[in-house]
Structures are given as C-alpha cells and as structure tokens.
Design a protein. Structure first.
Length: 367
C-alpha cells in the first residue's frame, strides 16, 4: 500500500508540473463526485442552477465508487490524473467527498467548496479520526447552522469563518409539498401493498471504513414488526456502502434500498436510525424519529460523536425491547428544538444561497 501511494504521488507530482503550465479558467466551475456515474442530490441541484448562468463554464468529473473499484490501481490512477487536470485548471471546485488530489496537489488560485454529502454529523469523521492522509486545502465548507462551525473546522481543516451557513440544497425539496405528495404517490404505485398502511423506515449508517470493510449493526426486524399489527410495514433502506446485505424475510418487511431516501421520507410515518446524518433531514418533516444504538458506549470510545445524546429529540434505545416500548406509546420527541438548532434556514432556498456564494467567489481575483 505504501509503495502504491508513493508511485501515485510521484506520477501526480510529475504531471502537476505540466498541468500548472495551463492557466486557471476564471469562469470555470468543476464538480468532482466519487460516488456515482452521474451528479445527484446537492451536486445536481447546484449544477442545474449554475447551468442557467451563461458566463459560467461547468466541468464534471463523475466516478463510480465501490469497494472493489478503488482497489483497481490502474483505474484509480487514471481517475486521479483526470481530477488533477480538471481541479487545477478550474477557479472553483465543488466536492462532496474527501478528495486526495485536492488535499495533496491543489494549486494556488483554485478555490474548493466542500458540499458535504450530509446535513450534519452525529459521528466524528474527517481529521477528527485516524486517516490514511490528512484532509486539507479546502477553502469553504457549507453548513446548515452555526452549530457545525467548530466540528467542520476540525474535520476539514478550515477556519471557522470559512464554514459558511447557506443550508444544504438537498433539503430544499422537503419544504416543497408538491414534491412530497408526488414522491409518496409514486412509491405507493410501485408498492401498492403499502396503501393505507403505517410505514416504519429503518435507515442506519454503516460501521467500519473503506480500508477495513463495511458492516451493519444487527437489527431484529422480524421481532419489531411482529410487535405491531397487520397494518404496519417495515422498510429497510441501507447505506449505499452496505452492499450484498441479506435482509430478513417477512411479508411485512420490504427492501427499498434502491429507492431515493427523501422520497422514502415522504412515504414513511416514522424513522429508525442510529448515527446517520439523515436524522437531521427527517426532523424537518415533524415525523416521529427514533434512535437504536446498542453499541453506543463502544461507538463513543472508538469513534466519538459531535452531537451529545442529550441533544437528540428522543432518548436513544440500547435494546430492541427498549425501541419497541418507545414506539408503542405516543411520541414525545422534541423535534422543534432539534431542527431549529441544526437548521438556520427552513425556507427551501438553500440552493440559491450556495449558487450566490459560488458566483461571489468567481468575481474575486485568482490570487
């Protein structure tokens, strides 16, 4: 691994000498996505909004990310070379994942905006944890509220004043009732057995990392669903990094892993999660939100959290019995307090604010 990294650094360092001979295009905005073959979520919303600006040139580098592909050294190297050229010839670079090329080879004049792929972070991440390489060279981080200034400053190695409170574009749709109605109708047509039913969505985050592999927390979905009547269904939406997971077989348990998360929010009546950032998004809908974290003490010792459990809208459940008991009584979660702490803007105009930030940066001189 160390030899491979050394070879990659030598190649990229050598090529970077030639890349710097090319001028930075002052009106060029590059989008670097490492998770899929196309732009989606925040990236697509920002791209589409900027596309209407006639004097802005947009570039896309979209790389499908998977656990096997990242180990295919030749393809990974080609991707890094492509990123190197696009990043170091663009005035503004938009990323949503931690980026090795930016952290190691970004040239002066290029401005990087981190549009993190989450609305917040319960669990610690980035530079707050041991890493294969330090995160650096990011210029701006966008966030939902001032609460994230200190955690994001630590995680991404930026000054707190460069954590900009614009709100995340990804949640704009949750303030659009037409979107919510259409999303629910779409899924009910696809899953007609859910019409008129009470729907519980289970959507946990992963355990592990890219180097050691990913795993999921044991969850007894059958025990849970059998504690509710025949009008209740349990839907599993696993994290994209959790592949080839065998879900429990039960007539009232459905695998919806391929469905859009926010569309599932519109369909569901409640959410069970753990340390996943989607709990922030979900809180905006004022629907019951539950936390199942049987590994809480171990997690706090090994990973750590940016959000104290006392700041969550409801007590966490450490066992399935606790979770079931909590779900069988009227919900008493303090959702308003929770969402108001973590979302400064609740107006559906976050995309506009992010685009305004980008245009403001483009107006500034490179050096």
């Amino acid at each position: 691994m160390k030899l491979q990294k050394l070879i990659l650094n030598i190649i990229l360092g050598f090529l970077n000498i030639f890349v710097k001979m090319f001028k930075i295009k002052e009106n060029q905005v590059a989008f670097i996505s490492l998770e899929s073959r196309y732009l989606d979520s925040d990236m697509k919303l920002i791209y589409d909004e900027l596309e209407e600006k006639k004097d802005v040139v947009l570039k896309k580098v979209v790389i499908e990310y998977d656990q096997q592909g990242i180990k295919q050294n030749f393809l990974y190297m080609l991707n890094c070379i492509k990123q190197l050229f696009i990043i170091n010839t663009s005035h503004v670079v938009i990323i949503r994942d931690n980026n090795y090329v930016v952290s190691t080879f970004k040239r002066k004049g290029v401005k990087v905006i981190q549009v993190w792929h989450a609305c917040g972070a319960i669990k610690k991440f980035g530079n707050a944890l041991p890493r294969k390489y330090p995160i650096k060279n990011y210029d701006y981080i966008i966030a939902n509220s001032p609460y994230w200034k200190k955690p994001y400053s630590e995680a991404f190695a930026v000054k707190e004043e460069n954590v900009v409170i614009t709100g995340m574009p990804r949640v704009d749709c949750l303030f659009d009732q037409n979107y919510l109605n259409q999303a629910k109708e779409k899924l009910l047509k696809k899953y007609p057995q859910l019409v008129g039913k009470k729907i519980i969505l289970y959507a946990p985050t992963f355990r592990g990392n890219i180097y050691k592999g990913f795993s999921m927390l044991p969850f007894d979905g059958i025990k849970l669903i059998e504690c509710f009547d025949e009008n209740t269904y349990l839907l599993y939406k696993m994290h994209p990094l959790l592949k080839e997971i065998n879900l429990p077989q039960h007539p009232r348990i459905l695998d919806v892993c391929k469905e859009d998360t926010h569309e599932l929010f519109a369909l569901s009546d409640s959410l069970i999660s753990d340390y996943s950032s989607i709990v922030f998004d979900y809180s905006l809908l004022n629907k019951p939100l539950y936390f199942y974290t049987p590994d809480l003490n171990e997690y706090l010792n090994n990973v750590g959290c940016y959000v104290d459990k006392g700041e969550l809208p409801v007590d966490v459940s450490l066992t399935m019995d606790e979770l079931i008991k909590t779900m069988q009584v009227p919900y008493k979660g303090k959702l308003d307090v929770f969402k108001n702490k973590f979302f400064t803007y609740q107006d559906g105009k976050n995309t506009n604010r992010v685009v305004d930030l980008i245009l403001e940066i483009l107006k500034k001189p490179l050096y």
